[in-house]
Design a protein around this ligand. Structure first.
Ligand code: ADP
Ligand code: MG
Length: 304
Protein backbone atom coordinates (compact mmCIF):
# COMPACT_ATOMS: atom_id res chain seq x y z
CA UNK A 1 0.00 0.00 0.00
CA UNK A 2 1.60 3.28 -1.05
CA UNK A 3 1.80 6.09 1.49
CA UNK A 4 0.38 9.53 0.77
CA UNK A 5 3.90 10.65 -0.16
CA UNK A 6 4.41 7.66 -2.48
CA UNK A 7 1.13 8.52 -4.23
CA UNK A 8 2.27 12.11 -4.78
CA UNK A 9 5.73 11.01 -5.91
CA UNK A 10 4.47 8.34 -8.30
CA UNK A 11 1.48 10.05 -9.86
CA UNK A 12 1.64 13.81 -9.35
CA UNK A 13 5.29 14.87 -9.48
CA UNK A 14 6.17 15.40 -13.14
CA UNK A 15 8.73 18.20 -13.38
CA UNK A 16 7.32 21.70 -13.76
CA UNK A 17 8.63 23.51 -16.81
CA UNK A 18 7.55 27.06 -16.07
CA UNK A 19 7.84 27.23 -12.28
CA UNK A 20 10.73 28.27 -10.03
CA UNK A 21 9.73 25.38 -7.73
CA UNK A 22 7.01 22.79 -8.25
CA UNK A 23 5.70 19.82 -6.23
CA UNK A 24 7.69 18.83 -3.13
CA UNK A 25 8.05 21.84 -0.86
CA UNK A 26 5.56 23.62 1.40
CA UNK A 27 4.53 25.86 -1.48
CA UNK A 28 5.29 26.25 -5.17
CA UNK A 29 7.20 29.29 -6.39
CA UNK A 30 5.89 30.96 -9.51
CA UNK A 31 7.26 33.91 -11.46
CA UNK A 32 4.54 35.76 -13.38
CA UNK A 33 5.73 37.38 -16.63
CA UNK A 34 6.21 41.17 -16.55
CA UNK A 35 3.16 43.18 -17.63
CA UNK A 36 0.75 40.32 -17.03
CA UNK A 37 -2.10 40.00 -14.57
CA UNK A 38 -2.79 36.66 -12.91
CA UNK A 39 -6.20 35.07 -13.51
CA UNK A 40 -7.11 32.63 -10.72
CA UNK A 41 -10.00 30.16 -10.63
CA UNK A 42 -10.94 26.93 -8.88
CA UNK A 43 -13.55 24.24 -9.48
CA UNK A 44 -14.57 21.39 -7.20
CA UNK A 45 -15.95 18.10 -8.55
CA UNK A 46 -17.68 15.93 -5.96
CA UNK A 47 -18.25 12.19 -6.48
CA UNK A 48 -21.95 11.34 -6.75
CA UNK A 49 -22.82 14.95 -7.57
CA UNK A 50 -20.66 15.99 -10.52
CA UNK A 51 -19.73 12.50 -11.68
CA UNK A 52 -20.69 8.91 -10.94
CA UNK A 53 -18.35 7.04 -8.58
CA UNK A 54 -17.61 4.48 -11.35
CA UNK A 55 -16.63 7.16 -13.89
CA UNK A 56 -13.68 6.40 -16.18
CA UNK A 57 -10.67 7.82 -14.29
CA UNK A 58 -8.94 8.99 -17.50
CA UNK A 59 -11.97 11.11 -18.45
CA UNK A 60 -12.23 12.33 -14.87
CA UNK A 61 -8.58 13.44 -14.93
CA UNK A 62 -9.32 15.25 -18.19
CA UNK A 63 -12.52 16.89 -17.00
CA UNK A 64 -11.27 18.13 -13.61
CA UNK A 65 -8.61 20.12 -15.45
CA UNK A 66 -10.73 20.95 -18.53
CA UNK A 67 -13.40 22.82 -16.55
CA UNK A 68 -10.68 25.00 -15.03
CA UNK A 69 -8.98 25.60 -18.38
CA UNK A 70 -12.40 26.69 -19.64
CA UNK A 71 -12.52 29.39 -16.94
CA UNK A 72 -9.14 30.65 -18.19
CA UNK A 73 -10.48 30.63 -21.77
CA UNK A 74 -13.52 32.66 -20.69
CA UNK A 75 -11.18 35.31 -19.24
CA UNK A 76 -8.91 35.38 -22.29
CA UNK A 77 -6.08 34.14 -20.04
CA UNK A 78 -3.28 31.74 -20.92
CA UNK A 79 -3.38 28.90 -18.37
CA UNK A 80 0.02 28.26 -16.73
CA UNK A 81 -0.11 26.58 -13.32
CA UNK A 82 -2.52 24.15 -11.66
CA UNK A 83 -2.88 22.76 -8.13
CA UNK A 84 -4.80 19.55 -7.45
CA UNK A 85 -6.44 18.81 -4.10
CA UNK A 86 -8.00 15.38 -3.83
CA UNK A 87 -9.93 13.35 -1.27
CA UNK A 88 -9.67 9.63 -2.11
CA UNK A 89 -11.66 6.79 -0.60
CA UNK A 90 -8.83 4.31 -1.08
CA UNK A 91 -5.32 4.18 -2.50
CA UNK A 92 -6.34 2.42 -5.70
CA UNK A 93 -3.13 2.58 -7.72
CA UNK A 94 -4.70 1.46 -11.01
CA UNK A 95 -7.27 4.26 -10.66
CA UNK A 96 -4.60 6.83 -9.71
CA UNK A 97 -2.34 5.90 -12.64
CA UNK A 98 -5.13 6.34 -15.18
CA UNK A 99 -6.53 9.50 -13.54
CA UNK A 100 -3.05 11.04 -13.49
CA UNK A 101 -2.47 10.10 -17.16
CA UNK A 102 -5.73 11.79 -18.18
CA UNK A 103 -4.89 14.90 -16.17
CA UNK A 104 -1.32 15.24 -17.48
CA UNK A 105 -2.32 14.54 -21.10
CA UNK A 106 -4.49 17.67 -21.09
CA UNK A 107 -2.04 19.68 -18.95
CA UNK A 108 0.80 18.99 -21.37
CA UNK A 109 -1.34 19.85 -24.39
CA UNK A 110 -1.95 23.30 -22.90
CA UNK A 111 1.52 23.86 -21.41
CA UNK A 112 0.17 23.81 -17.85
CA UNK A 113 2.40 22.73 -14.94
CA UNK A 114 0.93 20.83 -11.98
CA UNK A 115 2.83 22.62 -9.21
CA UNK A 116 1.16 21.40 -6.02
CA UNK A 117 -1.89 20.10 -4.29
CA UNK A 118 -3.10 18.13 -1.33
CA UNK A 119 -3.94 14.46 -0.93
CA UNK A 120 -6.15 13.12 1.81
CA UNK A 121 -8.51 10.24 2.52
CA UNK A 122 -12.22 10.96 2.35
CA UNK A 123 -15.33 10.81 0.13
CA UNK A 124 -14.07 11.18 -3.48
CA UNK A 125 -13.70 14.85 -4.36
CA UNK A 126 -11.35 16.53 -6.83
CA UNK A 127 -10.48 20.21 -6.71
CA UNK A 128 -8.24 22.02 -9.16
CA UNK A 129 -7.08 25.58 -8.69
CA UNK A 130 -5.60 27.21 -11.76
CA UNK A 131 -3.55 30.32 -12.47
CA UNK A 132 -3.23 31.92 -15.87
CA UNK A 133 -1.73 35.07 -17.30
CA UNK A 134 -3.36 37.82 -19.30
CA UNK A 135 -1.83 41.15 -20.45
CA UNK A 136 -2.77 43.76 -17.84
CA UNK A 137 -6.16 45.31 -18.57
CA UNK A 138 -7.11 42.96 -21.42
CA UNK A 139 -9.00 40.15 -19.63
CA UNK A 140 -12.45 39.26 -21.01
CA UNK A 141 -14.79 40.17 -18.17
CA UNK A 142 -18.52 39.71 -17.77
CA UNK A 143 -19.19 43.42 -17.31
CA UNK A 144 -18.10 44.86 -20.67
CA UNK A 145 -21.11 44.26 -22.97
CA UNK A 146 -22.76 47.33 -24.54
CA UNK A 147 -26.06 47.95 -26.35
CA UNK A 148 -25.57 47.23 -30.05
CA UNK A 149 -22.92 44.53 -29.51
CA UNK A 150 -23.39 41.18 -31.24
CA UNK A 151 -23.82 37.98 -29.20
CA UNK A 152 -21.65 35.08 -30.39
CA UNK A 153 -21.42 31.38 -29.46
CA UNK A 154 -18.57 28.96 -30.17
CA UNK A 155 -19.10 25.33 -31.23
CA UNK A 156 -22.51 23.81 -30.51
CA UNK A 157 -24.85 23.86 -27.53
CA UNK A 158 -26.89 21.12 -25.89
CA UNK A 159 -24.72 18.05 -26.55
CA UNK A 160 -23.47 17.57 -22.99
CA UNK A 161 -26.97 17.73 -21.49
CA UNK A 162 -28.36 15.47 -24.22
CA UNK A 163 -25.74 12.81 -23.37
CA UNK A 164 -27.55 12.25 -20.06
CA UNK A 165 -30.72 11.17 -21.88
CA UNK A 166 -29.17 9.25 -24.82
CA UNK A 167 -26.07 7.24 -23.87
CA UNK A 168 -25.91 5.95 -27.48
CA UNK A 169 -24.91 9.38 -28.90
CA UNK A 170 -21.11 9.16 -28.94
CA UNK A 171 -20.56 12.80 -29.96
CA UNK A 172 -22.78 13.97 -27.09
CA UNK A 173 -20.93 11.70 -24.65
CA UNK A 174 -17.63 13.27 -25.72
CA UNK A 175 -19.09 16.72 -25.06
CA UNK A 176 -20.11 15.66 -21.54
CA UNK A 177 -17.10 13.58 -20.48
CA UNK A 178 -14.22 15.07 -22.48
CA UNK A 179 -14.97 18.75 -23.02
CA UNK A 180 -12.47 20.73 -25.10
CA UNK A 181 -11.63 24.03 -23.37
CA UNK A 182 -11.62 26.94 -25.86
CA UNK A 183 -8.31 28.40 -24.68
CA UNK A 184 -6.92 29.54 -28.06
CA UNK A 185 -10.23 31.21 -28.87
CA UNK A 186 -10.25 33.08 -25.54
CA UNK A 187 -6.72 34.35 -26.15
CA UNK A 188 -7.60 35.42 -29.71
CA UNK A 189 -10.67 37.33 -28.48
CA UNK A 190 -8.58 39.72 -26.35
CA UNK A 191 -9.12 43.17 -27.81
CA UNK A 192 -12.09 41.95 -29.91
CA UNK A 193 -14.74 40.75 -27.45
CA UNK A 194 -16.38 43.15 -25.00
CA UNK A 195 -17.50 40.38 -22.55
CA UNK A 196 -17.25 36.59 -22.31
CA UNK A 197 -18.33 33.61 -20.20
CA UNK A 198 -18.07 29.85 -20.60
CA UNK A 199 -21.24 27.76 -20.73
CA UNK A 200 -21.13 25.60 -17.62
CA UNK A 201 -24.69 26.02 -16.31
CA UNK A 202 -26.67 26.56 -19.53
CA UNK A 203 -26.70 29.19 -22.31
CA UNK A 204 -29.63 31.24 -20.96
CA UNK A 205 -28.28 31.36 -17.41
CA UNK A 206 -24.67 32.02 -18.40
CA UNK A 207 -25.52 34.76 -20.92
CA UNK A 208 -27.76 36.10 -18.13
CA UNK A 209 -24.64 36.58 -15.98
CA UNK A 210 -23.10 38.82 -18.68
CA UNK A 211 -26.36 40.79 -18.90
CA UNK A 212 -26.50 41.31 -15.13
CA UNK A 213 -22.86 42.32 -14.81
CA UNK A 214 -23.06 44.62 -17.84
CA UNK A 215 -26.55 45.98 -16.98
CA UNK A 216 -27.92 45.34 -20.47
CA UNK A 217 -30.52 43.11 -22.13
CA UNK A 218 -30.25 40.79 -25.13
CA UNK A 219 -32.35 39.37 -27.92
CA UNK A 220 -31.35 36.00 -29.36
CA UNK A 221 -32.95 34.08 -32.27
CA UNK A 222 -33.31 30.43 -31.33
CA UNK A 223 -33.03 29.35 -34.99
CA UNK A 224 -29.55 30.91 -35.16
CA UNK A 225 -28.19 29.03 -32.12
CA UNK A 226 -25.65 26.33 -33.10
CA UNK A 227 -27.29 23.16 -31.82
CA UNK A 228 -26.33 19.57 -31.20
CA UNK A 229 -28.59 17.36 -33.35
CA UNK A 230 -31.50 16.24 -31.13
CA UNK A 231 -34.62 14.68 -32.72
CA UNK A 232 -37.19 15.73 -30.09
CA UNK A 233 -37.74 19.52 -30.45
CA UNK A 234 -38.89 20.01 -26.85
CA UNK A 235 -35.87 18.16 -25.47
CA UNK A 236 -33.66 20.07 -27.91
CA UNK A 237 -34.81 23.43 -26.58
CA UNK A 238 -34.26 22.33 -23.01
CA UNK A 239 -30.74 21.01 -23.72
CA UNK A 240 -29.71 23.99 -25.89
CA UNK A 241 -31.05 26.79 -23.66
CA UNK A 242 -30.70 25.31 -20.17
CA UNK A 243 -28.32 22.33 -20.42
CA UNK A 244 -24.95 22.81 -18.78
CA UNK A 245 -21.47 21.38 -19.21
CA UNK A 246 -20.89 22.36 -22.87
CA UNK A 247 -17.89 24.59 -22.00
CA UNK A 248 -18.33 26.65 -25.14
CA UNK A 249 -17.72 30.41 -25.00
CA UNK A 250 -20.55 32.93 -25.21
CA UNK A 251 -19.18 36.40 -25.93
CA UNK A 252 -20.21 39.84 -27.07
CA UNK A 253 -18.39 42.14 -29.48
CA UNK A 254 -19.08 45.39 -31.33
CA UNK A 255 -20.30 44.91 -34.95
CA UNK A 256 -17.07 46.59 -36.12
CA UNK A 257 -15.24 43.39 -35.06
CA UNK A 258 -17.38 41.01 -37.15
CA UNK A 259 -14.82 40.47 -39.90
CA UNK A 260 -11.97 39.93 -37.42
CA UNK A 261 -14.06 37.41 -35.45
CA UNK A 262 -15.13 35.57 -38.60
CA UNK A 263 -11.45 35.15 -39.44
CA UNK A 264 -10.98 33.26 -36.15
CA UNK A 265 -13.76 30.78 -36.91
CA UNK A 266 -12.85 27.24 -37.90
CA UNK A 267 -12.45 24.78 -35.06
CA UNK A 268 -14.58 25.72 -33.18
CA UNK A 269 -17.04 27.43 -35.50
CA UNK A 270 -18.34 30.82 -34.32
CA UNK A 271 -21.98 31.85 -34.75
CA UNK A 272 -23.61 35.26 -34.34
CA UNK A 273 -26.92 34.61 -32.56
CA UNK A 274 -28.29 37.95 -31.36
CA UNK A 275 -27.83 41.50 -30.14
CA UNK A 276 -27.24 43.30 -26.85
CA UNK A 277 -30.01 45.79 -26.00
CA UNK A 278 -30.11 48.82 -23.74
CA UNK A 279 -32.25 48.48 -20.60
CA UNK A 280 -33.02 45.82 -18.02
CA UNK A 281 -30.83 42.71 -17.77
CA UNK A 282 -33.38 40.48 -19.48
CA UNK A 283 -32.80 37.83 -22.14
CA UNK A 284 -35.41 37.40 -24.88
CA UNK A 285 -35.11 34.25 -26.97
CA UNK A 286 -37.36 34.40 -30.05
CA UNK A 287 -38.67 31.46 -32.09
CA UNK A 288 -38.96 31.36 -35.91
CA UNK A 289 -42.13 33.50 -35.82
CA UNK A 290 -40.61 36.10 -33.49
CA UNK A 291 -42.54 34.87 -30.42
CA UNK A 292 -40.62 34.70 -27.11
CA UNK A 293 -39.59 31.26 -25.78
CA UNK A 294 -39.57 30.76 -22.03
CA UNK A 295 -36.18 29.32 -21.02
CA UNK A 296 -35.97 27.17 -17.92
CA UNK A 297 -33.33 28.13 -15.43
CA UNK A 298 -29.97 26.46 -15.85
CA UNK A 299 -28.23 24.42 -13.23
CA UNK A 300 -28.09 25.82 -9.68
CA UNK A 301 -26.76 23.67 -6.82
CA UNK A 302 -28.83 25.56 -4.28
CA UNK A 303 -32.06 25.94 -6.25
CA UNK A 304 -35.08 24.88 -4.14
P1 ADP B 1 2.13 19.93 3.44
O1 ADP B 1 2.06 18.94 4.57
O2 ADP B 1 3.20 20.96 3.57
O3 ADP B 1 0.79 20.48 3.04
P2 ADP B 1 1.92 17.76 1.65
O4 ADP B 1 2.58 16.61 2.28
O5 ADP B 1 0.46 17.87 1.69
O6 ADP B 1 2.62 19.08 2.18
O7 ADP B 1 2.37 17.81 0.13
C1 ADP B 1 3.72 17.63 -0.25
C2 ADP B 1 3.93 18.24 -1.60
O8 ADP B 1 3.18 17.54 -2.57
C3 ADP B 1 3.52 19.69 -1.69
O9 ADP B 1 4.42 20.33 -2.59
C4 ADP B 1 2.15 19.62 -2.30
O10 ADP B 1 1.84 20.80 -3.01
C5 ADP B 1 2.29 18.42 -3.22
N1 ADP B 1 1.04 17.67 -3.44
C6 ADP B 1 0.26 17.01 -2.54
N2 ADP B 1 -0.77 16.39 -3.13
C7 ADP B 1 -0.67 16.67 -4.46
C8 ADP B 1 -1.45 16.31 -5.60
N3 ADP B 1 -2.55 15.56 -5.53
N4 ADP B 1 -1.05 16.80 -6.81
C9 ADP B 1 0.05 17.58 -6.90
N5 ADP B 1 0.83 17.91 -5.88
C10 ADP B 1 0.48 17.46 -4.66
MG1 MG C 1 -0.84 19.39 2.43
Amino acid sequence: MPSEFEIIRRYFSRPARHAVLGVGDDAALLAPSPGMELAAATDLLVGGRHFLPGADPRLLGHKTLAVNLSDMAAMGATPRWAMLAMALEKDDEAWLAVFSAGFYALAERFGVDLVGGDTTRGPLALCVAILGEVPAGSALRRDGAHAGDDVWVSGELGGAAYALTDPGDAAAARRLHAPEPRVALGEALRGLASAAIDVSDGFAQDLGHILESSRVGAEVRYALLPRHRIADPVLERRCVLSGGDDYELVFTAPPAQRAAIERLAGEPKLTRVGTILAGAAALRVLDERGAPIAAERGYDHFAP
